[in-house]
Ligand binder design. Structure first.
Ligand code: ZN
Length: 155
């Protein structure tokens, strides 16, 4: 159990949790959604700047939450830049599978392998079902923002 906890709170997560990247509101953002994880109290707003070719020019977030939710949001905003809407959706699907499926195989996924490798630090939440909502909140919120939905909750 202790080893698993240690694995879950790897240095990368602690670093991004303490110093989240892209924690701001871009002036030119044109998509936004609010995400809430009532189980933990994580509350995020995801801002996206998507251009006419459906490419994410900027991704950022604001809000409060546990280290896992903030680290996930921080990594997500770094990874999304330059991705198309479809690639972002693939990443969401693959990341969700990574967090929930014990037999997850990154090589069988469509999503960008480099991005999946970076996200691997969060895969430890598989062992802690309550934490899955923390890790995926930013992603659910990003998908809602892309779809033009305002609010999303993990329940
Ligand atoms: Zn949380």
């Amino acid at each position: 159990m202790l080893d698993e906890l240690r694995e879950l709170y790897q240095e990368v997560i602690l670093d991004h949790g303490r110093n989240p990247r892209n924690c701001r509101r871009p002036e030119d953002a044109n998509r936004k959604a609010r995400g809430h994880n009532p189980m933990c109290g994580d509350a995020l707003v995801v801002h996206l700047t998507v251009d006419e070719q459906d490419i994410v020019q900027d991704a950022a977030f604001e809000g409060q939450g546990c280290a896992i939710s903030l680290a996930s949001a921080s990594l997500m905003t770094e990874i999304l830049k330059g991705k198309t809407k479809a690639q972002a959706r693939d990443l969401f699907e693959s990341f969700h599978a990574m967090c929930t499926r014990p037999d997850f195989d990154p090589e069988a996924e469509q999503a960008d392998p480099d991005a999946l490798e970076r996200l691997q630090v969060l895969a430890g939440v598989r062992e802690f079902p309550v934490r899955v909502n923390c890790a995926t909140l930013a992603w659910h919120t990003m998908v809602a923002a892309m779809a033009g939905q305002g609010d999303v909750t993990t329940e």
